[in-house]
Design a protein around this ligand. Structure first.
Ligand code: PHE
Length: 456
């Protein structure tokens, strides 16, 4: 299928585990903790979790499988892949993917920078322990020069990893960081069971208010969250799969990635919700109602001061933010890799040049988010929500209509049942496109609000 590119052989993963770890690393990110917890809180707790699961199973998983199929089939970065498989008219879709990578990483890195700052400050013992100062503190380090500095440091780390290449950079980082992340996460969730009054938190989190299941705002939020969290709609996993050589079962890998991603988000909730209820923060962050201003800062403003009132609080806060930092880094490298692999494949640049030049461009774009949280919020709605869904819509049309037979052939080995294959194609053709269109329409007001906040 693949045409050998001129020049040196294309890179590849060192092992199957390495690929899975890196893909899970891409999926598991700030989205699982920072975004999941605030969106779940806005979305009525358990009702949101159920809707989220439905989207993951019927939209996320089939699309994730499709991205892996397209990537492995093409053996080149998405920009080239779509052109190669579906003709020159599809090339702009690949370009859109790269733009999404650029746009998302620009603000993602700002938030990731805060996690580093908070981890270090927790260990230094300088995080304020009272709620009022915590908000001022976030205002001081989250915006402006301090935020620019941590953003630039995080981008420098990301660029360094990506210059190392697939095996020595991305794969090695994921293999080291992902197991540590799991250990910290489980430790935190187990520790949270010792908190008194946490029961109300588990109840809010786990007992659904069924009426909320039909609330369009929550449905939309769950869909957007599923996309962001699974790294869908912008070719991140497509890019990773393009470095796969063997013929392993792609559906199985897609299921592994989705389960790992959901588990992390879910377990993070098992830490965050008991903490919120133990410390009586439910009102502060507006559970059940609307979280008003500055939702992006919720995690940074509310969680640390509460925990710092405990003797071991400092260590818990530090562990939490270190974990977030690990999660963010393994996602950030996948965002940059989409751009870098496109540049390598289309313009023939070296990896180092591509990573540094485009990494710096992203760092420069991110300055806007570092000085203005409304800009960050608007980017998250425009690129991190709307464009990802558009990308998912186009991917479903590509696989469901344009290259259906080739895609079915590519997946056949891992999905031997013809019935399953038809179900998968059927979802791509008839279910996912209309669902995404509706969700995009419902997401529109959120985008408008965010853009208004930017100019208002
Ligand atoms: N999935 C990542 C997270 O949950 C974010 C991400 C989105 C990464 C899209 C790559 C592509 O944080």
């Amino acid at each position: 299928m693949s045409v050998a590119p001129a020049g040196p052989a294309r890179e590849g993963w060192g092992s199957k585990t390495g690929f899975i770890m890196a893909a899970v690393g891409s999926a598991v990110g700030l989205g699982n903790m920072w975004r999941f917890s605030y969106v779940a809180a806005e979305g009525g707790g358990a009702a949101f979790v159920i809707l989220y699961l439905i989207f993951v199973a019927f939209v996320g998983l089939p699309l994730l499988t499709s991205e892996l199929v397209v990537g492995r089939m093409a053996q080149v970065s998405p920009v080239k892949a779509l052109e190669k498989l579906a003709g020159p008219r599809w090339k702009p879709v690949g370009v859109l993917f790269a733009f999404c990578g650029l746009g998302i990483l620009s603000y993602y890195s700002v938030i990731a920078g805060w996690t580093m700052r908070y981890a270090v400050d927790a260990l230094r013992g300088v995080l304020p322990a009272d709620a009022a100062s915590a908000s001022d503190y976030f205002g001081a380090v989250g915006v402006g020069t301090p935020s620019i500095i941590t953003h630039l440091i995080f981008m420098a780390i990301t660029i360094t990893v990506v210059t190392g290449g697939i095996k020595k950079g991305l794969e090695r980082t994921a293999i080291i960081l992902m197991p540590m992340l799991f250990v910290i996460l489980i430790g935190l969730a187990v520790w949270a069971t010792t908190l008194s009054g946490g029961g109300a938190g588990y109840a809010y989190y786990l007992r659904p208010q069924l009426s909320e299941l039909f609330n369009p705002t929550i449905i939309t939020a769950a869909a957007g969250q599923a996309f962001f969290s699974l790294s869908l709609g912008m070719g991140a996993l497509m890019t990773y799969a393009s470095y796969l050589k063997g013929k392993d079962s792609l559906p199985k890998q897609a299921v592994t990635i989705a389960i790992a991603d959901f588990s992390v988000a879910f377990i993070a909730g098992l830490f965050i919700f008991p903490v919120i209820f133990h410390f009586g923060l439910a009102d502060t962050i507006g559970l059940g109602g609307q979280i008003s201003d500055n939702t992006v800062g919720t995690l940074f403003i509310t969680i640390p001061p509460a925990l710092l009132s405990l003797a071991i609080g400092k260590w818990i806060v530090a562990a939490f933010f270190i974990m977030l930092f690990f999660a963010a880094l393994t996602s950030a490298i996948s965002l940059l890799e989409v751009v870098v692999s496109a540049v390598i494949d289309t313009w023939g640049w070296t990896r180092i040049k591509a990573s540094v030049v485009f990494g710096l461009m992203i760092a420069a774009l991110g300055l806007a988010s570092a000085v203005n949280l409304n800009f960050l919020g608007a980017m998250d709605k425009l690129v991190g929500t709307m464009l990802l869904m558009l990308g998912g819509l186009l991917t479903s049309i590509l696989v469901g209509y344009k290259i259906r037979d080739e895609a079915e052939a590519e997946i056949a080995e891992g999905m031997t049942s013809p019935g399953m294959r038809s179900a998968w194609i059927g979802l791509m053709r008839y279910v996912i496109p209309p669902v995404l269109l509706v969700v995009m329409i419902f997401s529109f007001p959120g985008l408008i609000t965010a853009v208004k906040a930017l100019f208002g």
